[in-house]
Ligand binder design. Structure first.
Ligand code: SF4
Ligand code: SF4
Length: 238
């Protein structure tokens, strides 16, 4: 496996520091991931089958829900918002869904209540915490949400079940085409992103609004560049 050359490590870290969409905490975490990639180390805290899948697999859709700590809602909501704002919202929605929805006929009432509370939001009202410990985020209407007893209710969402089940974000598509050393870098970043908020930001097209690319794609852009310059469009975005 080819590794990152040491000069490129420094250059990549410097490039990441210039990305306006990334927080200071994320920069520190990604700089660490870049260093570990340079040493050709494999992530130690991830399931070996998952590691192998991310490095060699052709179908990476499983990354939407990689494990209990790494779940993504990046295409269902706006992840430029602060973590505590989303946290309060997902907590409230989970509780409301549990209290209001007994069967599909209650979904209109649930949606009305959400819209009343979140007056300025046009995003889908059905993304929320899915577990009591608030570790996982996802779709309340999904058949795998125990509250739905296997019924797929995503037709009640703003896009419809067909679109929601078939959608694959461009971050995943880009990663599926990436070379091995670049996938290793993303794997280290995934390992460091062990909470729903940072994990979703890796893939969410909302993070780089005008470009509709997840942070994964931005990192891969740098990996593919010899000079690591910022994409020109990015300079106008801050
Ligand atoms: S943004 Fe990508 S990884 Fe996240 S839920 Fe959507 S399709 Fe899955
Ligand atoms: S219905 Fe679709 S858009 Fe809405 S939360 Fe579920 S998967 Fe996301």
């Amino acid at each position: 496996m080819t590794s990152l050359k040491s000069g490129k490590v420094q250059s990549l870290v410097e490039s990441v520091e210039k990305i306006p969409a990334i927080s200071e905490g994320e920069i520190a975490c990604y700089a660490d991931s870049i260093s570990r990639t340079a040493s050709n180390l494999l992530p130690t805290s991830l399931d070996p089958a998952t590691v192998s899948n991310v490095l060699f697999g052709n179908n990476l859709k499983f990354l939407c829900r990689m494990d209990s700590r790494r779940t993504c809602a990046g295409c269902c909501d706006d992840f430029t918002q602060e973590r505590d704002v989303l946290e309060r919202k997902y907590r409230w929605r989970k509780k409301a869904y549990k209290e209001i929805v007994r069967d599909s006929s209650d979904l209109t009432l649930y949606k009305t209540q959400v819209r009343k509370k979140e007056v300025f939001s046009q995003k889908c009202p059905y993304v929320a915490f899915l577990d009591e410990r608030e570790r996982s985020v996802g779709c309340l209407l999904h058949p795998k949400n125990p509250a739905n007893r296997g019924i797929d209710r995503r037709n009640y969402g703003i896009y419809g079940s067909g679109l929601c089940s078939a959608y694959v974000c461009s971050a995943i598509k880009t990663l599926e085409k990436a070379k091995l050393s670049d996938r290793l870098l993303i794997l280290h970043i995934i390992e460091s992103s062990d909470n729903w908020y940072h994990y979703s930001r890796l893939f969410s097209p909302s993070v780089s609004h005008s470009y509709h690319r997840g942070l994964v794609e931005i990192y891969l852009h740098y990996c593919a560049q010899d000079n690591n310059s910022l994409p020109t469009t990015y300079n106008h975005h801050c």
